[in-house]
Design a protein. Structure first.
Ligand code: NDP
Ligand code: HSE
Length: 435
């Protein structure tokens, strides 16, 4: 057993959902963590905004630090765990301060890492400190460790994931219970899945942060959040969910990264996922990541993507790595070897699409629309027109053969430009994620 000198001192910044989870695990599993890391893990200091808030855990034996950004300066602190959130402000100042002092910095903050990850990795290398962020992607699933260590012998070609528990929870309940978007979002917030600003979840930004981090680890490129084309789930209506079922799919918000001949394609978009695949069966706040490596083929990782204890579980994996001396470069390779990402636009993406129009129900409308699609090189695979839409007109739904994204975008623009088409609202265009 280790003695006091062998203990590592932990400071926790942020005592919300995840911060409290970390305290619970350290208090519950003190002996087990010591066996696994060879050192005692001791909380020495904590910090948040409101000192007097009841958080359901006893904080009286830990020092309270008012200035969160100075936590690394507190006596006995070896590791700072940042669970405040936000890409800048307190989180960034704390990260820089901690790493410059040669201390370990562990975070669940994907926004911070997606935007400042390279700078922080460089700081960690320069100051011989430790930087890890397992909890930042896919909550409790140890996907970063899998990419960095378990799949180290593979060149990755393709990766896609259900990376936002809130969106998957919303889509699942809309599908299973026929509930409305807002009602389900409120439940996700109550359960602690959602970000402080839930638009980050539903507009795909949170998924894009995670996708940028996955791209960096899987493809050895600099995390480049700004290069990600990002679309959320607001446009998905229950009619799309119903059509998806009819056609043999379910709708999931995916973060996708693919190596192409010209660069790295990384997009966030809702997609039709074939019902028979592993990803289609991932429901609620569960996350999943599917990775293709040249040696191993396909591997799939499924588990809780958000919430107090699942996220704290991933945080503790990093703390145990630090305590046991497993200090690998934060992105798997030294920061100066991360390549600049050459982004590939969704115009260049080749795949099948689902397109739903709401149009005035008139003789020949379908023929007019399909002629524009034909002239734009959109090759139709199947087409359905069923009854009237609730809000007037009729829905026309089609799926395409594999085509270039630019063909779909051009066709939609042309259809909009022709007023006589009488398209009643913006068509919904979803990728079909073939196996
Ligand atoms: N919730 C989840 O399931 C997951 C969250 N994450 C990430 O983990 C991090 C924490 O998330 P979560 O626990 O949900 O967030 P919460 O909103 O529940 O908690 C945030 C904590 O940070 C404190 N805080 C906020 N601003 C400041 C500030 N300026 N200075 C000091 N303390 C501050 C708050 O203090 P006070 O309580 O006093 O107001 C609160 O204790 C985020 O980066 C999030 O993206 C990652 C994976 C899953
Ligand atoms: N808001 C995020 C938390 C986990 O990163 C989600 O819903 O998945």
């Amino acid at each position: 057993m280790s003695d006091k000198n062998n203990a590592i001192g932990v400071a926790i910044a942020g005592l919300g959902t995840v911060g409290v989870g970390v305290i619970r695990i350290i208090e519950k599993h003190t002996a087990m963590l010591e066996q696994r890391s060879g050192r005692t893990v001791e909380i020495v200091a904590v910090s948040a905004r409101d000192r007097n808030r009841d958080r359901g855990v006893d904080l009286s034996s830990y020092a309270w630090v008012d200035d969160t950004t100075s936590l690394a300066d507190h006596d006995g602190v070896d590791v700072v765990i940042e669970l405040v959130g936000g890409s800048d402000g307190t989180a960034l100042a704390l990260a820089r301060n901690t790493l410059k002092k040669g201390k370990a910095f562990v975070t669940a903050n994907k926004a911070l890492i997606a935007i400042h990850g390279k700078e922080l990795a460089k700081l960690a290398e320069e100051h011989d400190s430790f930087l890890a962020f397992e909890a930042a992607v896919a909550g409790g699933i140890p996907i970063l460790k899998a990419l960095k260590e378990g799949l180290a012998g593979n060149q990755m070609s393709n990766l896609r994931g259900i990376l936002n528990g809130t969106c998957n929870y919303i889509l699942t309940r809309m599908e299973n219970e026929g509930l409305g978007f807002e009602e389900v979002l409120a439940d996700a917030q109550r359960l602690g899945y959602a970000e402080a600003d839930p638009t980050f979840d539903v507009d795909g930004i949170d998924t894009a942060h995670k996708t940028a981090i996955l791209a960096a680890l899987a493809f050895g490129v600099e995390p480049d959040f700004a290069a990600i084309e990002c679309e959320g789930i607001r446009a998905i209506a229950s009619v799309d969910i119903d059509y998806a079922r009819t056609l043999g799919y379910t709708i999931k918000l995916l973060g996708s990264v693919r190596r192409t001949e010209t660069g790295i394609e990384q997009h966030v978009h809702p997609a039709m996922v074939p019902l028979e695949t592993a990803l289609a069966n991932v429901s609620g706040a569960t996350n999943a990541v599917q990775v293709y490596g040249d040696a191993v083929g396909e591997t799939v990782y499924i588990g809780a993507g958000a919430g107090e204890l699942p996220t704290a579980s991933a945080v503790m994996a990093d703390v145990v790595d630090y305590a046991s001396g497993n200090n690998r470069p934060a992105f798997g390779v030294p920061s100066n070897e991360l390549k600049k990402l050459i982004p590939v636009s969704s115009d260049e993406h080749v795949g099948s699409y689902y397109i739903r129009f709401r149009v005035i129900d008139e003789l020949g409308k379908m023929a007019e629309i399909t002629s524009v699609l034909r002239d734009s090189n959109v090759s139709i695979e199947s087409m359905i027109q069923l009854g009237s839409a609730e809000d007037g007109g009729v829905y026309m739904v089609l799926t395409t053969h594999p085509i270039q994204g630019s063909a779909v975008h051009t066709a939609i623009e042309k259809l909009h430009a022709i007023n006589e088409m009488k398209i009643l609202d913006k068509p919904v265009v979803l990728r079909i994620a073939k196996v």
